[in-house]
Design a protein around this ligand. Sequence first.
Ligand SMILES: *[C@@H]1O[C@H](CO)[C@@H](O)[C@H](O)[C@H]1NC(C)=O
Ligand SMILES: *[C@@H]1O[C@H](CO)[C@@H](O)[C@H](O)[C@H]1NC(C)=O
Ligand SMILES: *[C@@H]1O[C@H](CO)[C@@H](O)[C@H](O)[C@H]1NC(C)=O
Length: 213
Amino acid sequence: MTAVAQTTPSYGPSLLLLLLPLVLSQNPLHSSKPDLDSETSPSEECNRRQHPIVSFPALSPWLSSFSAPGVNDYSQLALDLSRNQLIVGARNYLFSLSLSNVSLLQATEWAVDADTRRSCQSKGKTEEECQNYIRVLLLSGKKVFTCGTNAFTPVCSTRQIGNLSKVLDHSMNGGPGAPTLHATPPGHGNGSRQAVMAATVDRPTRPRPCHLP
Ligand SMILES: *[C@@H]1O[C@H](CO)[C@@H](O)[C@H](O)[C@H]1NC(C)=O
Ligand SMILES: *[C@@H]1O[C@H](CO)[C@@H](O)[C@H](O)[C@H]1NC(C)=O
Ligand SMILES: *[C@@H]1O[C@H](CO)[C@@H](O)[C@H](O)[C@H]1NC(C)=O
């Protein structure tokens, strides 16, 4: 199972974000009983050996999803709560989505230029590998710092958070302060993340800490 889940630490309604590989729709998850509605007492919750598992079909009425035609590997997510948006890094693209329903606010293409792609392919790499897979996505104030594999010649840029097309700074191969970036593209087919899904889940009560034995 390669789904990635993230929850906001806040109390009250919390947003659950999932990156789901396509395989989920073909092989539904564990068939344990959904317990979205049942309230469990804190002691019961504390005695659980594992996190509760909710099956994909049980969650689907609460899910909204986003994917763009021809784009895959939605592998990086960053929450911008002050603008109520979710920033997503995918293959050759950056997106900003509305947090309420993951609808598209802005799509910015960030693809490999023709020379870099040719040089990548001339080294025997496949077309699939010679793409720009976004691997770093960090928010800081009004800026987004992001890096992509760029056909094995990693590139980073700083962009304006309200307009991802606006490049404030650009550096090839790291540049000062840039993280080390593995230029490896993801696995093909079923392993790559095919959509962004989000669900708002109401918590009936404040979560209480468990006392460990
Ligand atoms: C999604 O939410 C935005 C506001 O955040 C709204 O403008 C838009 O109409 C909504 N779209 C859909 C399809 O519900
Ligand atoms: C976003 O930035 C791009 C590049 O600087 C610019 O062409 C475009 O007009 C901007 N869009 C908005 C909505 O400001
Ligand atoms: C994806 O999974 C399906 C079903 O498990 C399989 O039939 C298909 O060949 C797989 N595709 C790839 C590209 O691995």
